[in-house]
Design a protein around this ligand. Structure first.
Ligand SMILES: Nc1ncnc2c1ncn2[C@@H]1O[C@H](COP(=O)(O)OP(=O)(O)OP(=O)(O)O)[C@@H](O)[C@H]1O
Ligand SMILES: [Mg+2]
Length: 334
């Protein structure tokens, strides 16, 4: 698959396309070669019977001979086509091999670097929380520590996303077990409460019912966490973000709604592609707080996680009023 920016994310589909392109080229060469051979043969045969061109029997025999050559050529072409496909597949494989290696190396690097960054970040967060717990520190210093902790937490989320993305590109499997989405939602609300507080956003649990799915708890937390993070980040300050979780028959639902600027209808599908952001004033929070908070990785990851669980994540939005992101997953106990 090649995404909007031309980044090759999965080598399978390009290999098929390249094989087809090579096969078409080789088949054209084969056909051109056969036509040249047939024309030359005809010229030689008609040259040979030139002295007997008034003899209808000889001319008819020459035509019959050419017909036989034509049938043989067509059979040879048919057999040749099988070789053409085999050669094309081989050529595509060796052409893409260095690219596959480069992609695997890049994925490995992203994964290793992300894992290596986790430790220093954990130290920063621990030191910040020790400092925050120290009542003797002046208020100014505590505010600075709070900002450091908040930003370190954001970096941690980004690193987790990069790790998941590198797994996603490698088509790695999910670690599934019965997971209650209500517990996932509660965990996310707990984790993101400081961020909401810093943005003066009121995080509210609406409908909160048990909804058990067969899922990867960590990835489901990322899925819900990204949607809530977006609602806080791209929503409006001093507004409310409402999170609901419930089950209806055999489907589990999580809905995250905000009262932000909304997303233009044309962008509603585009935002689920990697590195895509909505331009303009709609994603006000993130832009106000600097471009570094806007990576365009969250929603593609959400979509992948939802689909990997056999579900989907969709968005509805009204400009000027806000957005609702809904996760639907197959539930375990209907
Ligand atoms: N609740 C929302 N309200 C308004 N705009 C949103 C909302 N959620 C997403 N968007 C828009 O969709 C874009 C893509 O979101 P996505 O979560 O993929 O990336 P991001 O939030 O910009 O960065 P990150 O990789 O840190 O999540 C955002 O940049 C924003 O423009
Ligand atoms: Mg996001």
């Amino acid at each position: 698959m090649i995404d909007k920016r031309g980044v090759m994310t999965n080598i399978g589909a390009p290999r098929v396309r390249l094989t087809l392109a090579y096969a078409a080229l080789l088949a054209l060469l084969l056909a051109a070669f056969s036509i040249i051979v047939y024309v030359l043969l005809s010229m030689v045969v008609f040259q040979d019977i030139e002295p007997f061109r008034d003899d209808a029997g000889i001319v008819a025999a020459a035509h019959r001979m050419l017909d036989v050559y034509l049938v043989r050529l067509l059979i040879a072409n048919g057999i040749g086509l099988v070789f053409v496909v085999a050669v094309a597949a081989f050529l595509a494989k060796i052409t893409l091999r260095p690219l596959e290696r480069a992609i695997a190396l890049q994925r490995q690097f992203t994964n290793d670097a992300s894992h290596d960054l986790r430790t220093p970040l954990a130290v920063i967060r621990t030191e910040a929380s020790v400092g925050l717990a120290d009542g003797s520190l002046p208020d100014g210093a505590r505010d600075q520590l709070r900002i450091i902790d908040e930003q370190a937490q954001r970096m941690q989320r980004l690193i987790d996303q990069l790790i998941t993305l590198s797994h996603l590109d490698a088509d790695s499997a999910l670690d599934r077990e019965p997971t209650d989405l209500r517990a996932v939602v509660n965990g996310v609300v707990r984790d993101l409460a400081p961020l909401a507080l810093a943005r003066t956003v009121d995080l509210k649990l609406g409908r909160s019912e048990s909804a058990v799915v067969m899922g990867d708890e960590l990835k489901l937390s990322q899925l819900v966490g990204n949607l809530v993070d977006n609602a806080i980040k791209h929503g409006r300050e001093r507004s409310t973000v409402d999170i609901s979780v419930w089950q209806n028959r055999d489907t589990a639902f999580v809905a995250v709604s905000d009262k932000g600027g909304g997303i233009p209808a044309d962008d509603l599908e585009r935002i689920f592609e990697r590195y895509q952001r909505v331009n303009g004033a709609t994603s006000n929070g993130a832009q106000r707080n600097g471009a570094s908070e806007v990576h365009g990785l969250g929603l593609p990851l959400c979509r992948w996680i939802a689909r990997a669980h056999g579900g989907e994540v969709t968005a509805r939005s009204t400009l000027g009023e806000g957005s609702v992101f809904t996760i639907r997953l197959p539930a375990m106990n209907p």
